[in-house]
Design a protein around this ligand. Sequence first.
Ligand code: XMP
Length: 514
Amino acid sequence: RLLIIDFGSQVTQLIARRLRELNVYCEIHPYQNVTDTFLRDFAPQAIIFSGGPDSVTREGSPRPPRAAYELGVPVLGICYGQQVMMQDLGGLVEAGQSHTAEFGRAYVTPTEKSLSILEGWFTEGREQVWMSHGDHVSRLAPGFEVFGTSPGAPFAITADLSRNFYAVQFHPEVHHTPNGAKLYENFIRLAGFTGDWTMAGYRQQAIEQIRAQVGKSHVICGLSGGVDSSVTAILLHEAIGDQLTCVFVDHGLLRLGEAEQVVAMFRDNYNIKLIAADESDLFLGALEGVSDPEVKRKTIGRLFIDVFQKYANEIEDAEFLAQGTLYPDVIESVSFSGGPSVTIKSHHNVGGLPEKMGLKLVEPLRELFKDEVRALGRELGLPESFIGRHPFPGPGLAIRCPGEITREKLEILRKADAVYIDQIRKHGLYDEIWQAFVAILPVKTVGVMGDGRTYDYACALRAVTSVDGMTADYYPFTHEFLGETATRIINEVKGINRVTYDITSKPPGTIEWE
Ligand code: XMP
């Protein structure tokens, strides 16, 4: 196994992601915990020093233990990790000056000498990399040579071949170093990894970590039926069995049959202790007469926390709250403020609850990206119908029902949505689409059916493609598909007599109607 010593970079988890993609087992440990003894017990096959925000020129700045250099295993230092290595081994690092600091894209060119970790890396005689450093190495440690330079970093790629120490100034793990994975691949090959580690291994590792963290305490987990909370719950259940209780709140704004499906899935297939709370009267009562989107959201968010807390209080000696926080949420919450993601979190992840209730957090998906969570879900036997589900917003159908929400409208909306999704599935389009749903419009229109006049609601179909929900394009259905779907909805759903297709992209629109 490989050890990543974390010096506090915001992208340390990305190193782990790159290694997982190469099927290598790794663990990240904060530098404070990595003592000589720890390291010798851990017995890594290779070590990576992450980047970090500190300056090695500062007295008392983070350091790896001496053993890291004495175990005789390959070591790779990245950014701060490079500077630490240089200083520890007798080189010199100088604090930032504006002309030597580099932030952003840079190009590294090779020197005369070839280096195994660079094999197949320089594609056009130079390679784009991502730099983010104020300090820089100004004198190499004895034994080191230079293998790549950039205008701002004469020691961009360095290595001591006799000791298998490698150190780079840039971040090969980020997207902006397009070929960075190659460096990691070369590094792990030379460290002797065969790349035979899989999601099954991750599952085992996560289970052990949960057990170690939770001990004999009880854990509460909010279930939404989405893939993140589902995988979190199943993983926890595997780890601690009956020490887990899930709470599923039905706010009366779910899709057709959704509450039953979620409850059945967890009770029947997994035998997970589950409190299914039907609180639809409470939510729909509070939303009566409310048409402002923000008031809707805030009302739902507030009630959700109250209700969750009420049920959670019934669970004796609960000490932990489990959340399906993913790695992008972790990055986002440190690097951005404002924006839609903040709203998403406060609904989806029951924000603020842990402090309020004096609970500690368990977040077993914290290191994973969405596609990895799906892979883990498959590994845990979660049915494909749950794994590939389109995202569904916390406020549910409330924000797909512009204007006042009534039970009648919700009923109509549920049926229309079910027909639409059925159409999409039948045509094999579900997995090509990021999200698809119907919105019921606060307007009635006149129509004619048979010999009679109708005066019913109009609805809008929405379907978008997207990578992350931040931007989106409308999905280009064929006219035949749209025509057939409109006919089905009008024939099968009483209460709708007109169907429109929303062709707005995001921006300027948003995906949801409110
Ligand atoms: P918008 O409408 O902002 O939506 O383009 C982007 C993505 O976020 C989802 N969404 C929400 N998810 N709570 C959630 O859990 C919310 O309040 C919320 N609002 C929007 C939306 O479904 C889409 O996937």
